[in-house]
Design a protein around this ligand. Structure first.
Ligand SMILES: [Co+2]
Length: 232
């Protein structure tokens, strides 16, 4: 999926944007320097407008660039699919844990030290041979950030948001996942109040693997329902 590439450029953009803000604080032309960065692809209106906004907010002391960098770093490095993958792997190994995860995922996540859901609920849905779950936010891009980190670009795309509901099998086919007609597809629409985590089926050939080794097999897209996990 080329969403990864888009996501990288978005991260670069965020990083560059906050670096530009740091430059503004010391009176250097950080924004100008960043705008010349050929990697940035940023000659877009949005990028330039965002830089201008960051510079103004920083000069007026309304935004602390160090704080902004810390927030970006948190979602780039500390939070990511590895957090959700740990829950999924454990659910494969421990039937009681799995039952609790399906019963109240938010409570389980909280017990694991996963924070940041604030007021939103978290619901885990499990894929089985008979049921495939797919998550979307038709309204905007609600996503379980504390478990999966930054959403991929395709998740925010208007085409995905519309078609995941109207033609989920067609969308999954374009992701490379051909489901048998007998498999029921359930589409979950995320909102400001509720986020979803898909528990993918444990791949074949993974008997005896440790929790860490299993977690390493769990992909971000599988936890959104956009792919299944192939045999080892
Ligand atoms: Co949304």
């Amino acid at each position: 999926m080329d969403g990864d590439g888009k996501n990288v450029s978005r991260r670069n953009f965020l990083t560059t944007g906050s670096l530009a803000a740091s430059g503004a604080v010391v009176g250097a032309s950080g924004a100008e320097a960043a705008a010349q960065d050929p990697e940035d692809g940023a000659q877009s209106d949005y990028a330039l407008r965002t830089r201008a906004l960051v510079s103004v907010l920083t000069r007026k002391n309304l935004v602390d660039p160090a704080t902004m960098d810390a927030v970006v770093d948190f979602y780039e490095n500390r939070v990511g699919p590895h957090v959700g993958a740990r829950l999924v792997a454990r659910s494969w190994l421990d039937a009681d844990y799995r039952r609790r995860l399906l019963d109240d995922a938010r409570a389980v996540a909280r017990a694991e030290g996963v924070t940041g859901f604030q007021g939103t609920d978290l619901v885990a849905v499990a894929n089985t041979p008979a049921v495939h779950n797919l998550v979307v936010c038709t309204l905007c891009s609600c996503y379980p950030w504390p478990l999966l980190g930054l959403p991929p670009a395709w998740y925010k795309d208007t085409a995905y948001r519309a078609r995941a509901v109207a033609d989920p099998r067609g969308v999954l086919r374009e992701f490379g996942l051909e489901l048998d007609d007998g498999v029921e597809v359930r589409v979950w629409d995320s909102t400001a109040e509720i986020r979803y985590l898909v528990i993918p089926e444990r791949p074949a050939g993974t008997d005896g693997l440790s929790e860490d080794a299993l977690a390493a097999r769990v992909t971000r897209d599988s936890m959104v329902g956009a792919e299944t996990l192939g045999a080892a």
